[in-house]
Design a protein around this ligand. Structure first.
Ligand code: YNC
Ligand code: MG
Length: 401
């Protein structure tokens, strides 16, 4: 098996025990890279998608809305709106050539897509430039025809032509070979609606009103000095985040422009909000804490009562409590619980139905106390053309889950 992946520069299963020297698996130069895309089967052609063109972003939106990631029981499918798609695929450094589509030659219909963004990511003590690949999607009628490997090779070729030799990606399926694996956790905010969507079940011996009460949250936040983040906070937030993230084995390295994009995007007229960012400012005007979450709606497939659920995803966060010397795990735990509790309140006020988080960073310190429940989904993290030792659940070494 893995007929395609076994031909690619990725680690194999089986050589788990020995500690390896981390670095690229294959070294190439631009001269080794084909200047033309591989031919597609008859009747299909490569296109570059223009996300600034309203028609073309709509085509990508419609392909993904109908054919992108579903849960195992096909009850929900991601429904990224045009606004969040542009946010995700057009950060600083984005380029049109990383928005790769396949069209049917006759009908002009968009039938497949793959994208990448350039990122800097630190893996332990080394920082690499990588293509972060996302939104790989093949129309349901073209599944199982080995089109996905062709798309992956094309985004690799284009990255290589621009002297990017490493890749970073996540998937729900197991491929050779995850560098880290996380679990999804869900915290109900509108239990009744989630129940009507079969997203949650009534625990044996419970009653709906007990569940509703269990997940109720206050209607105002608690943390003194908590306020919405502004673009003028970026320097302080970046400094706080850099220091906080240095505690983990894998972390992004963001420029000021990237942090501005990811945390305080410029809203486009008429577009719904999809990112929420907050800071805590103390009496001396220092930014001591930061957290953010973003919105991806999911379509409730074939549900008679509800069309979509609004899902908040915990994004980055940081707190200076982590820098206390000596390290005080219980103080960090208390602070993170306060912050995430406020995040839940803010998400509820913003009409979210559920709040998601992964088993990474310091999330193990608050998931249980904040009434998150383990989901059945896993998220595997992969590096392309980079050999690295496994990273335990993305969790701080001093602070295992
Ligand atoms: C997947 N998600 O194993 P083998 S995540 C990678 N990521 O190859 P076919 C995948 N590979 O096993 P289909 C994959 N899913 O023979 C399948 N594969 O070695 C592998 N779903 O190809 C699979 N989006 O075309 C097998 O399969 C081969 O028609 C089979 O198409 C697959 O965006 C897919 O889940 C996923 O749209 C497109 O099922 C289709 O089934 C679909 O016969 C719903 O393909 C949507 C969905 C995936 C979301 C994502 C990240 C993708 C990362 C791709 C890898 C990037 C590598 C780095 C490149 C840059 C490097 C530089 C520099
Ligand atoms: Mg296919």
């Amino acid at each position: 098996s893995y007929k395609f992946w076994q031909t690619q520069p990725v680690p194999r299963f089986g050589d788990d025990d020995k500690v390896v020297e981390e670095g690229p698996l294959r070294i190439q130069t631009v001269d080794d890279v084909s200047k033309e895309p591989a031919a597609l089967v008859d009747g299909f052609e490569w296109v570059t998608m223009d996300l600034d063109n309203d028609e073309e972003i709509k085509e990508i939106y419609e392909l993904l809305n109908g054919h992108y990631v579903e849960d195992d029981e096909a009850m929900f499918r991601f429904n990224y709106g045009p606004g969040i798609l542009k946010w995700a695929m057009m950060p600083p450094g984005w380029a049109k050539h990383y928005h790769v589509g396949v069209r049917a030659t006759q009908s002009r219909k968009l039938v497949a897509f793959i994208s990448a963004i350039p990122v800097r990511v630190r893996v332990r003590n080394k920082t690499i430039t990588a293509s972060e690949v996302n939104f790989l999607c093949v129309h349901k009628k073209l599944r199982g025809k080995r089109l996905a490997p062709v798309l992956i090779k094309e985004i690799t070729r284009i990255s290589n032509l621009h002297e990017i030799w490493q890749g970073l990606y996540t998937a729900g399926i197991v491929l050779p070979k995850p560098v880290s694996t996380c679990r999804y956790y869900h915290r109900s905010l509108d239990w009744q609606k989630l129940y009507e969507c079969s997203f949650v079940h009534l625990p044996h011996g419970s009653k709906p009103q007990y569940q509703i009460r269990k997940y109720a949250v206050p209607d105002r936040t608690n943390t003194k000095g908590l306020r919405e983040m502004k673009t003028t906070d970026i320097d302080a937030v970046l400094k706080l985040m850099d220091r906080y993230m240095s505690r983990f084995d894998i972390a992004p390295e963001m420029s000021k422009e990237e942090a501005t994009h990811w945390f305080t995007p410029t809203p486009q007229p008429g577009q719904d909000q999809y990112i929420w960012s907050y800071v805590v400012e103390d009496d001396n005007k220092n930014i001591t804490d930061f957290f953010s979450f973003y919105c991806i709606e999911s379509s409730a497939i074939n549900n008679p009562k509800h069309d979509i659920i609004r899902v908040a995803y915990l994004f980055y966060y940081a707190t200076d409590v982590a820098f206390k010397e000596p390290f005080d795990k219980s103080a960090l735990k208390a602070r993170l619980n306060d912050l995430v509790h406020d995040a839940l309140i803010l998400a509820k006020l913003a009409k979210f139905d559920v709040f998601n988080a992964l088993s990474l960073m310091d999330n193990g310190l608050f998931l249980e106390q904040q009434k998150f429940g383990a989901g059945d989904g896993q998220l595997h993290y992969y590096l392309f053309n980079y050999r690295a030792n496994p990273i335990a659940g993305g969790v701080d070494k001093r602070n295992q889950l």
